[in-house]
Design a binder for this molecule. Structure first.
Ligand code: IPD
Ligand code: CA
Ligand code: CA
Ligand code: CA
Length: 259
């Protein structure tokens, strides 16, 4: 089983490097940007191309597996039986379009509902973060050690912007007041990585989609960190979730404040 995961690991890394070359080389003038539901919900021809390329490679090598992709080129999955891949071709599309930095390509592999391999690739910085079940977490092949278990008052916190802009989340803002300060990147994947590295003690975000949270769960598990919904229940990969990724101390404090 481990051999199979390591073979898959080599294949995934190769695909990520090949495909991301094109994201970097593509002339920004050729970018076609479309609005999905709202002016801040965008998709580009590059999001679609990356997802199609990844799905084509997965299907070629792993024909019995099922794939969930943000842009809709995958399968409809209503239970997590067998091997399921979750793909977010560009996490942080708004940043990709407006900043040309702070975005990532993300892949997660689940076996019988259990996370076994996760990849978060910071494309502009060429940093590949991986988590493999029972092996650990790396950045460009260098091991990442578990971060120190700090409390809210000893660290920085990241959230998504809805927590600050939508009134229904105003109670959650109590958490932000207890921390040393707030940071917003605009890519769930890169914010997850900040928790894994210990740069922030927690990432709190609302209404994330399965592909936004799927890789992060294994990063947290492998480092002894927490990944839950706001109500402390496990994250549900078949639905949208309000999530907390955090070191245990900060997680316990956050649960006490919001529940
Ligand atoms: C978004 C980013 C963002 C988060 C949104 C996500 P996308 O992903 O991760 O940080 O706040 O909820 O949808 O759409 O750019 O892949
Ligand atoms: Ca999107
Ligand atoms: Ca995303
Ligand atoms: Ca995306």
């Amino acid at each position: 089983m481990m051999e199979e995961r390591l073979n898959r690991d080599r294949a995934i890394k190769k695909w990520i490097f090949e495909i991301s070359q094109n994201i970097k080389n593509e002339q920004k003038s050729n970018l076609k940007v479309e609005q999905k539901t709202t002016p801040n919900d965008l998709v580009t021809n590059m999001d679609k191309w990356v997802e199609k390329e990844l799905i084509e490679r997965i299907r070629r090598g792993y024909k019995n597996d099922r794939i969930v992709g943000e842009e809709g080129f995958g399968d409809t999955v209503s239970e997590m039986h067998g091997t399921v891949w979750l793909v977010d071709p560009i996490d942080g599309t708004l940043n990709f379009v407006l900043q040309n930095e702070n975005f990532a390509l993300m892949i997660a592999v689940y076996e019988e509902g259990m996370p076994v391999q996760s990849y978060i690739y910071d494309v502009p910085l060429d940093r590949l973060y991986t988590a493999i079940k029972d092996i650990g977490v790396t950045c460009n092949e260098q091991p990442i050690e578990p971060p120190s278990n700090r409390s809210l008052g000893e660290g920085l916190l990241a959230t998504n912007s809805s927590i600050l802009t939508k009134d229904r989340y105003k109670d959650i803002r109590k958490v932000t007041r207890k921390s040393l300060g707030l940071r917003l990147i605009g890519s769930a994947g890169l914010e997850t990585v900040e928790v894994a590295k210990g740069s922030i003690v927690a990432y709190i975000a609302t209404n994330l989609k399965p592909w936004d949270v799927a890789p992060g769960i294994l990063f947290m598990e492998e480092l002894g960190l927490k990944a839950t919904q706001f109500n402390n229940e496990p994250i549900n990969l078949l639905d949208n979730n309000d999530i907390v990724f955090a070191v245990p101390k900060a997680h316990k404090e956050i649960m006490a404040i919001i529940n």
